[in-house]
Write a protein that binds this ligand. Structure first.
Ligand code: SF4
Length: 649
């Protein structure tokens, strides 16, 4: 039987397991990328593993999330990242050079290679035929040290694109249509492989808009086959030599097939506050808009901004709103500036910002209260823009520019009818991507050869091997659907402590109970109780690392979110499932002890453990863990285990 493209790349990189959906496989990683708010911990963990040099073909460190550098803490972080990249052999992209996914696509993405990144939108270069996956920082550190990456073998789903996009419809509308149909949970445990004549008609930048937002579907990754368009893009970037033709076999068998006819696609928009609340733009037309932003890793490319710039040329944005363009990379910004488009946009009333994530995570350009903000970004979760009661819509650059000109939401086709002289801009690639590379410091030109740790750079906390006795006071009882953002908030006043676990841990679960961290410190150790889906949201490993630092030994929950559960294993916290009756009966302040010898039980494959509560009643808690996860727990986490293995222990 033939193979899908995903299976072909995985087969080429397989070091453990078989390609059976749902089974754990180990794969070799060719490239790794880090962004700034996760990268500091990756390098501190890499240092703790006593490794001398990155072992992957390529490692790249970007500074993109926190580039406004409010105080010395951000600059300390960025200097540390530069020194770590220099010391261990990674490329370093300076603050302001752009968002990791954009800069990586331009400079390093390569068809057929595997990429692991400490950011959830790492799958972006799937648009060039690269198999790219987002993961927690410790997984990146281990992969960079030459270790395999373990993941559940995904189902491969064929998304067949028929026809061709009509005028005013865009790649963003294709992924919004996917979200409308499949929802934010539709991609869990899947890779979406895009094929068909519609896929062939799209340029690489259009393809990467789709693969980028596969993350919003919950997908493990998304990928396109490679073709002349891929080759052409790479040649324009001056990297034609990395091109290789990659196709699924004719007789490849997919787990499922989704067909989208591009001819029928009209401009779409995701309403507040979920990326899958998608409707035709015309359904929400007429709503007054106070802010419009074009940028981010989804639609921040030259090819995304140019259509908007063409629409702005010789016109003016509505006087009552703020219109911001933040290029995804300096390369995009520089080409637009050289071609005169930046001046045209400025003349139209556009505020051109630096190349950064910034506003996408509520850092800068926070919308006014009770107002509508239209953004070309990928996420509009409540509060992400920096204000709790926000109204953020997600759309294409064409829809965003039309709203900026009109001052209200409008389908660009209707604006074209109104204005009479507004032509559909289409998508155009520059003849050559010739931006300067002054902000990219290649590993061979490294400035530093030792780590520079300012006062904001902390230590990696380590856990002892798992003991026989696990338990303690239930320091907090929580409801269903606690997110990683509840556990460790991502606001800018807290984000700056991501490289300082001692300081960051003071904010642990502060959104649930402000006194939690202090109570945990006073108690010295303890456990947590939660309802369903504990730890949903991002891959943020700090949400496991900080509770571990505060002495949390186990979490008893009705169910766990997949990535967070992996992070609990990685940091030596025992994740135990309890039934609804036990959850209802447990109370905050209860003393919960596991009766069995936990270390021996975990090692021997024991699944059911008896818990004794206040010495009064017993219940059962279940450990669902693979053999590898049990080894991690036994060692006290993935870092101590990897160290032991490296030392031959
Ligand atoms: Fe994440 Fe937004 Fe930055 Fe993209 S632009 S990497 S979604 S923070």
């Amino acid at each position: 039987m033939g193979q899908t493209l995903t299976e072909k790349i995985l087969s080429d990189h397989l070091v453990e397991g078989e390609l059976t959906p749902g089974e754990e496989i180990g794969i070799e990683i060719d490239q790794v990328l880090m962004q700034d708010t996760t990268g500091t911990m990756v390098w501190l963990q890499f240092e703790a593993l006593d490794l001398d040099e990155a072992q992957t073909e390529l490692a790249a460190q970007y500074c993109d999330h926190q580039t406004y550098q409010f105080d010395f803490k951000n600059t300390d972080d960025h200097r540390f990242l530069r020194s770590a990249a220099g010391t261990y052999g990674a490329h370093f992209s300076r603050p302001g050079n752009g968002i990791c996914h954009n800069v990586h696509k331009e400079n390093f993405a390569a068809p057929g290679k595997t990429l692991l990144g400490s950011d959830s939108h790492t799958p972006t270069p799937g648009g060039l035929g690269q198999l790219a996956i987002g993961a927690g920082g410790l997984d990146i550190a281990v992969a960079m040290g030459g270790g395999a990456y373990y993941v559940e073998m995904p189902e491969v789903v064929n998304v067949r694109l028929e026809g061709e996009l009509p005028e005013w419809s865009s790649a963003k509308d294709i992924i919004l249509e996917m979200l409308r149909r499949e929802t934010v949970k539709g991609g869990v445990g899947k890779v979406f492989e895009y094929t068909g004549p519609g896929a062939e008609s799209l340029s690489v930048p259009e393809r990467t808009t789709i693969t980028n937002m596969g993350t919003e579907l919950g997908a493990t990754s998304s990928i396109f086959e490679t073709d002349e368009k891929t080759k052409d893009y790479l040649e324009r970037q001056g990297r034609g030599e990395v091109y290789t033709e990659l196709k699924a076999d004719e007789d490849a068998e997919y787990a499922d097939e989704i067909v989208i006819d591009l001819d029928d696609l009209e401009p779409l928009i995701a309403c507040p506050s979920m990326p899958d609340k998608v409707v035709p733009v015309r359904e929400v037309a007429g709503n007054k808009v106070e802010q419009v932003l074009i940028g981010s890793c989804t639609n921040g490319g030259y090819e995304d901004i140019l259509p908007a710039a063409k629409m702005f040329k010789g016109r003016e944005v509505a006087k009552h709103l703020e219109m911001i363009v933040a290029p995804g990379s300096k390369q995009a910004g520089e080409i637009l500036a050289r071609q005169g488009w930046t001046a045209e946009m400025m003349a139209a009333g556009v505020n051109v910002s630096e190349a950064t994530c910034g506003p996408c995570i509520g850092i800068g350009h926070v919308p006014a209260s009770d107002s509508i903000s239209l953004r070309t970004f990928n996420r509009n979760f409540e509060g992400r823009s920096g204000i709790e009661d926000d109204n953020v819509y997600l759309c294409s650059p064409e829809v965003a520019a039309a709203a900026a000109l009109k001052g209200e939401i409008i389908d660009p086709r209707d604006l074209a009818d109104e204005l009479g002289d507004l032509e559909a801009p289409g998508v155009e690639l520059p003849e050559k991507y010739d931006g300067a590379k002054t902000d990219l410091i290649y590993a061979e030109d490294a400035i530093d050869d030792e780590l520079i740790k300012g006062p904001n750079i902390g230590e990696v906390p380590l856990q002892d091997p798992l003991g026989a006795e696990v338990g303690g006071e239930a320091l907090l009882k929580m409801e269903d659907n606690i997110t990683t953002d509840h556990i460790i908030p991502a606001t800018s006043d807290i984000l700056k402590f991501r490289s300082n676990i001692e300081r960051l841990s003071d904010f642990t679960l502060s959104r649930v109970d402000e006194t939690f961290a202090q109570r945990a410190k006073d108690a010295g150790n303890g456990v947590l109780v939660a309802g369903e889906n504990y730890g949903q949201g991002s891959s943020r490993e700090h949400a496991a690392m900080c509770p571990m630092y505060l002495g949390i030994e186990a979490v008893f929950a009705q169910s766990f979110a997949r990535i967070h559960k992996a992070n609990l294993f990685n940091f030596g916290i025992v994740p135990l499932a309890i039934d609804e009756e036990t959850y209802e009966k447990l109370e905050q302040g209860d003393d919960i002890e596991i009766v069995d010898d936990v270390a021996a039980g975990v090692e021997s494959g024991q699944q059911e453990f008896t818990i004794r509560v206040n010495d009064e009643w017993d219940a059962t808690a279940t450990l669902n863990a693979s053999e590898r996860e049990r080894r991690i727990l036994t060692a006290g986490g993935k870092l101590p285990l990897t160290k032991q293995q490296a030392e031959g222990g």
